[in-house]
Each structure stands twice: as C-alpha cells, then as structure tokens.
Design a protein around this ligand. Structure first.
Ligand code: BEZ
Length: 256
C-alpha cells in the first residue's frame, strides 16, 4: 500500500496482523484481473505482497512496487522468490511493456492522479488493462467528519486530509483524457468490520489516518481518538465491534 501524502513510514506488523482485510477483499479484484499464464503484470502498491503472490500463483510473471521501503522489505521477506521494488505511483517506469497493471487499495493515497495514470498508460502494451479498486466518493465519510470535528475541538488548525476519493465520473474522465477506454466502473458501499473489538477504531485511525494526528501531542492524540470513538459509537459500533463506512470504486480501463 503506497501512502504518498503521509510520512512514508508504515507499521507493517499492524498492517499485516490487524488489517488483513485490505488484501482479503482484494481477492475479488483478482477475479476481474483474470491473470493468464505468461502475462507480465505489475502490482502497483503491493504492500506486504499477499496479492502479488496470488497473481504469481496463476502462472503470470509479476512485479510488485510500493513507495514504502518498509512494505517492500516485508514483501521480500514474505515472498523471496518474487520481484519487489521501491517505486512511486506517480513516477515509475518498467523496462518491459506490461499486459496489465493491478492496483488494490492504493490510489486513494495518490492525489496526483493524472501523474499516476500517465505512468500506468506508458507502462502498458496497447490493449493492456488497468484494473483497480480504491476508496471512492463518500468513502469513510462518517469517520472523516468525526476526525475533522474532533481536531477542531482540540487544536484548531488547517487539517491535512491525505485521501483522494473520486467519483466514477471524475476518475473515468481522467483516464479517458490520457488514452484509456473505461469498460467497467462501479462505486459501491462496503461496510468493513474492523478487527480487535473495542480497539478496532483506534487501530484503524493509527494505521490509516495518522496524518490527522501528526501535529498533536500524545495526550491530544489519545483525547482525539476517544472523542472520535464517542461520536461514531451510535452509528459504527455494535456488540463490541467497529465497522468502517467504506465505499469502493472499481475500474477496468484498456489502453487504446
Ligand atoms: C484503506 O486502504 O483501506 C483505506 C485507506 C484510507 C482511507 C480509507 C481506506
């Protein structure tokens, strides 16, 4: 998972142990990718490599890239037989041309979407496919609103929101402008149960919303998380478990 806007430091254990849903849900996207033996496929924002390995198991050749060195280190430890490189979604080049670019749960970190799309387009063969899923318009809206209000109450300052959650129309337009045919696009709610019972929301905030905490003292961070939990409890907490209000966008686009 590439985190462009936040500091490029990921707790890979927290990611692997408590947020395995990131790649578990990604298996549905693999069916849309439909990798074929002998194809060359890029896993853009491969995180700790679980989906890269699944692609390789189909007989396709696969390269995983991620901008976070800690993620790549962990991916190499997990799957030493695969190729993983540190590279940025907005500025990468692959020496061979690709049959497909696959990207799960990454592009919501990439605010410079046009640059990423240009790199993807340049890397693909004509007819090559770009298959992606990420947070779409309205993703984690309740959580983002609770974070913003809680920060206003503790330490009012302009907030750095690290996320990009486009609509289908917005993202498809960017793709078409750069020479893609968008052949499939869907935006759908995907309420996502968080692991670890009561601690689920605090873990999620530390993993995915650290940009909101960056300018706060440790005490303020604890207070902020407590306030966010209190305001979200009536809607996102039930019987000891938290659910995040995800909305995902899925896209398949072909290079023309
Ligand atoms: C995710 O990767 O699941 C995610 C990241 C940031 C906001 C929402 C979801």
């Amino acid at each position: 998972m590439t985190n462009i806007s936040s500091p490029n430091i990921w707790d890979t254990s927290l990611y692997q142990d408590k947020h395995a849903f990131v790649w578990q849900y990604g298996e549905e996207l693999l069916q849309l990718l439909n990798p074929q033996r002998g194809e060359l496929i890029l896993d853009l924002g491969c995180g700790t490599g679980q989906l890269t390995e699944k692609i390789a198991q189909t007989g396709a050749e696969v390269i995983g890239i991620d901008s976070a060195p800690a993620m790549i280190e962990k991916a190499r430890q997990n799957y030493p037989h695969l190729r993983f490189d540190v590279a940025d979604a907005t500025n990468f080049q692959i020496e061979q041309t690709l049959d497909a670019v696959f990207s799960n749960a990454v592009l919501h970190w990439v605010k410079e979407a046009e640059k990423a799309i240009a790199c993807i387009h340049q890397a693909l063969k004509p007819g090559g496919r770009f298959v992606a899923e990420f947070g779409g318009k309205g993703n984690v809206q309740a959580i983002a609103q609770a974070l913003t209000s809680a920060i206003e109450a503790i330490a009012p300052s302009p907030t750095l929101n690290p996320w990009y959650f486009p609509s289908i129309a917005e993202y498809a337009t960017l793709l078409e402008h750069q020479g893609f045919d968008v052949i499939y696009a869907v935006l759908f709610p995907r309420p996502t149960p968080l692991a670890d019972g009561d601690a689920g929301m605090a873990n999620w905030i530390q993993m995915f919303a650290s940009a909101f905490l960056a300018e706060l003292s440790v005490d303020q961070q604890i207070q902020l998380i407590h306030n966010v939990e209190n305001s979200l409890k009536p809607t996102l907490y039930q019987q000891g478990n938290w659910t995040a209000d995800y909305r995902r966008i899925r896209i398949i686009a072909l290079k023309t």
